[in-house]
Every structure is written in structure tokens, then in C-alpha cells.
Design a protein around this ligand. Structure first.
Ligand SMILES: NC(=O)c1ccc[n+]([C@@H]2O[C@H](COP(=O)([O-])OP(=O)(O)OC[C@H]3O[C@@H](n4cnc5c(N)ncnc54)[C@H](O)[C@@H]3O)[C@@H](O)[C@H]2O)c1
Length: 316
């Protein structure tokens, strides 16, 4: 099917990743239906797309069924940062689980291909480093992060059961920490947190001793990987890790942010939150071999773009 004829549904399309995905899809000529309940996403993220006849924005909560005719579904709806997903943990699990059931039901009815935005959180606090897709994870099922981690794990289960039971055309990606313009300024995620604190001249908060590591993927790289997975041959179900394996300690990240913003903020330490993983790094060999994908944007270049976005946002 030519991309021009394709109708694509993006759930959570007014969020950080969803809005960049909508940009790419509209840019390549697809008709995009963006649905969002605006819990963490905002109309501002997609306002520039609204005048485009290829784009349609609808307020809808994925925990309720949706009846539309589409060829493809990207299921991104779910708050992604601990402050937001812990605000109403029951709703978070519902969004992942009921949302997956509703979107899989829709995909089954209209025979659509469906992609799930899963997460590295399915690996929990891992004993294997870096994490390949074959690792089953180490997740606490009763902690404050469980609503997100277990909701996403259950959603993956549902995707694979719909595939086995109903021969659904599924794709599952596991996204590792991604950053870039349009991140929520108050979501407590480390990159946005550090940048906003540095730009405001506030203390930059490091949890624990700052030696824990994370890997950070720039949004453009991530969306490229997501599109390659959606466009891949039928039968490549995943899960496929997408992320940047470059590993940085929190101290290294904070120092880069201070350099990039020119801020004189101090680094201050606070206790580590419960169940915070010590290290997280994707093994992306599968994405390399199956999708020919690897991230291209360095942390310094990505931070430059992200800092410029937040500078403008905070000034407005
Ligand atoms: N950004 C990352 O680093 C990262 C990492 C792993 C996984 N992910 C996954 O990618 C997806 C997008 O994440 P993001 O970083 O863009 O976060 P985000 O919070 O910016 O986007 C999520 C979007 O979903 C919407 N939403 C939430 N609950 C909904 C509901 N019940 N019905 C309809 N819409 C709802 C929100 O309003 C928001 O627009 C999420 O599923 C997240 O779990 C993101």
C-alpha cells in the first residue's frame, strides 16, 4: 500500500514521542489520527500539525474502546515518568492493560498492523548488563514502580497472545531512556530535570552518589527505529530493544548539562528512590541486524537541541 493511502492511528500522539512520530508520519504522506487524553501530552505539541488535512486530533482515553478504520496502530498511550505514572497507579495499569486490549481488539477487527511501545522497565533492576531481549528481567510486582513495569509486561503478554491466538500482525519495541524537545518540563526524568534546574539556576539534584549509569537516546534516532520496526517484514514480532548504548553516570550527565547551559548551578545529592535500577543499557544487536538501525546523534548534540527547546519554553 502506498504511504499516501495509509491511515495510521497514534495513541498518546500528543505526548513527547508521539508528537515526533506524528511529524514523521504526516511528513511522509500518511493520514494520521492522533488520539490522546492529554494527561501528560498537550495540544501545543501537535498544534503545528492541526491545520494539515492529513492530521486529525481526537480526545480519547484508550481504556475505552475505539471504533475507527485504520491500517496501522502505534500504541504509545501511557504516562512514562515515575511522577506521572505514580500519580494514579491504578489508572496507569488500566492504561497499559485495558488500553492494549482495546487497541488489539481494534487491530483484530480491522486487520491492522499494531506496534506496542514497551519499555526497558520490563527488565526491572537487571542482573544482566547490557540487557538483550532474551533476558526475562527482575521486576518487583508490588512496589511503587510496578503499576508501570507490570502493566507494560502484561501488555507485551497480550500482544503475543493475540499474535498466537488470532494471528495478529504485531510489533513490539522496548524503548530505553529517550530525550529531546517536547519532553514534559516537570516530569522528573533526569535529562529534563537537570536541564530545567540548570536553566533556572536552581540546585541540580543527583539521587544517590551519582555513580549509577543510564544510556540516553535522542528522539530522532528513536523514531527512526520505531518506523523501521513498523515497516519491517511480517513475522518480525520482536521484542526489539531501541536505545543508545552509550553509558553515562548521573554526575557525567549533570556536568554535560551544566556545560551546555552555561549554568552555575550546584550539584546536590538526595537519597535514591525505591527500586531505582543501578544501571541500564540496551543490547541493540538485534535492531542492528534486523532493522539496520543504530543511533546516530551524540549526547552532546542531542543536549544542545534539548537545551534550546527548554530555554525557549521557560522564556515563554
Ligand atoms: N520517553 C522514554 O524514554 C520512554 C522509554 C520507554 C518507553 N516509553 C514509552 O513510550 C510511550 C510514550 O512515552 P513519552 O515519553 O512520549 O511519554 P508522554 O507522557 O509524553 O506520552 C504519553 C502520552 O499518552 C497520553 N496518555 C496517557 N494515558 C492515556 C490514556 N489512558 N488514553 C489516551 N492517552 C493517554 C498522554 O497524555 C501523553 O500524551 C509510552 O508508552 C512510554 O511508556 C518511553
Amino acid at each position: 500500500m502506498a504511504q499516501l493511502d495509509r491511515k495510521t492511528l497514534v495513541t498518546g500522539g500528543a505526548g513527547f514521542l508521539g508528537s515526533h512520530l506524528c511529524d514523521r508520519l504526516v511528513g511522509r504522506g500518511e493520514d494520521v489520527l492522533c488520539i490522546d487524553n492529554f494527561f501528560t501530552g498537550t495540544k501545543r505539541n501537535v498544534a503545528h500539525l492541526v491545520p494539515n488535512p492529513r492530521f486529525e486530533l481526537m480526545r480519547h482515553d484508550v481504556t475505552f474502546p475505539l471504533y475507527v478504520e485504520v491500517d496501522r496502530i502505534f500504541n504509545l498511550a501511557c504516562p512514562a515518568s515515575p511522577v506521572h505514572y505514580q500519580f494514579d497507579p491504578v489508572q496507569t495499569t488500566k492504561t497499559s492493560v485495558h488500553g492494549a486490549i482495546n487497541m488489539l481488539g481494534l487491530a483484530k477487527r480491522v486487520k491492522a498492523r499494531i506496534l506496542q511501545a514497551s519499555t526497558s522497565e520490563v527488565y526491572g533492576d537487571p542482573e544482566v548488563h547490557p540487557q538483550p531481549e532474551s533476558y526475562w528481567g527482575r521486576v518487583n510486582c508490588i512496589g511503587p514502580r510496578s503499576c508501570y513495569d507490570e502493566g507494560k509486561r502484561c501488555a507485551e503478554t497480550l500482544f503475543f497472545d493475540y499474535q498466537r491466538q488470532h494471528d495478529l500482525d504485531i510489533k513490539v519495541i522496548r524503548i530505553f531512556n529517550t530525550y529531546g524537545p517536547r519532553m514534559h518540563p516537570n516530569d522528573g526524568r533526569v535529562v529534563s530535570n537537570f536541564i530545567v534546574q540548570a536553566l533556572r539556576g536552581e540546585d541540580v539534584t543527583i539521587f544517590g552518589d551519582g555513580s549509577q549509569t543510564r544510556s540516553f537516546c535522542y528522539v530522532d534516532d528513536l523514531i527512526e527505529g520505531m518506523l523501521r520496526m513498523m515497516d519491517s517484514d511480517k513475522g518480525l514480532y520482536g521484542p526489539v530493544n531501541l536505545g543508545n548504548p552509550g553509558e553515562f553516570t548521573m554526575i557525567e550527565l549533570a556536568e554535560k548539562v551544566l556545560r551546555s547551559t552555561g549554568s552555575k548551578s550546584r550539584l546536590v545529592r538526595k537519597p535514591l528512590p525505591q527500586d531505582d535500577p543501578r544501571q541500564r543499557k540496551p543490547d541493540i544487536a538485534l535492531a542492528g541486524s534486523k532493522l539496520g538501525w543504530e543511533p546516530k546523534v551524540s549526547l552532546d548534540d542531542g543536549l544542545k537541541e534539548t537545551v534550546a527547546y527548554f530555554r525557549k519554553l521557560l522564556a515563554s
